[in-house]
Design a binder for this molecule. Sequence first.
Ligand SMILES: [Cu+2]
Length: 346
Amino acid sequence: MKIRSTFRAGFVFAAWLAAFLVLSNRVQAQQNWNATVGGQSADMAKQAVAFLPDEIWIHAGDSITWTFNSGDIHTVTFLTTGQIYPFDQSQGCPPITPSGSSFDGSSCVSSADLMLGQTYQVIFPKAGNYEIVCLVHAQMFGTIHVLDPNLPLPYNQAFYDEQAKEQLKALLEDADRHQHHAEHQHSIGDMFSARVGSHTKSVTAGMGEIAATAGGQQSFSMVRFINGTVTIHAGETVEWTNLDPEIGHTITFGTVPQDVIDPSCSPNCVVRTDPDGALHATVNNTEQNVHSGLIAALLEDEPGFPQGPVAPPTRFRITFTTPGVYPYVCAFHDNLGMDGTVVVLP
Ligand SMILES: [Cu+2]
């Protein structure tokens, strides 16, 4: 008897619990979820270029608040199906929608370029699978699965918090592993340097790697000139090469020009193109402004699009004729500490 009544009490409790869970599920239907955008090492050299996590399952009516965690800028953007991925934020989803906007697939939603400590919230009123993109980094995207409120969700907030932490750690550790490789890349600038028999120093202008998840892509970037302080003799050449599949950089001496995308050199100085397509300037004094323009690893071809030229330039060379100290920065990532110095000895 006793066993039976205990069993019965247990059954009543289970029924009550089930009813409570159904009820509390309904209450939770308007839940706000939290996720992060980007991440970095303490010195900002290593950047996680990623939505963390990059795949989230929520209910229709829920919202997600993204907190930006890096000194490098990103956007949270949802484009409509068929909309052209714009070149930058100013041409984006006309141009910015306020935090707290709703996205149901019918018109796009986008934050501004945001960074460290800023947040952006999107509400998802309608079930569907939506791609989240960053307008600054084409290879940074993920998926938000918005389910009918009657369907169960596979994960809770604690799971996503842990996953975001693990993905960030994995990306930043990859950066350590690959730095060694970048430090040993060979220079081919000797072939095109100013005088026969001269020596060329090679600098890696950033490096990175893309990782795929089921829901999207994430990458890490080492936002540094690796071995960026070099000492040469007058007449020798320094060659900068970008090994990052995602992020472009510049090599900029003196004043940052208005047009950061195209190369420039002034006064009395020109940037020419070497036979192998690399850009090359000859610098005669420390007062000259030299700007490489955008230097990036070669872009992939996209199916359905015509074969493009071999662009943008992937290497930049400067032949220094005059002794002196020549500091330089990346015009895009100076704020993250991406700089270096060329010391030219007699
Ligand atoms: Cu840069």
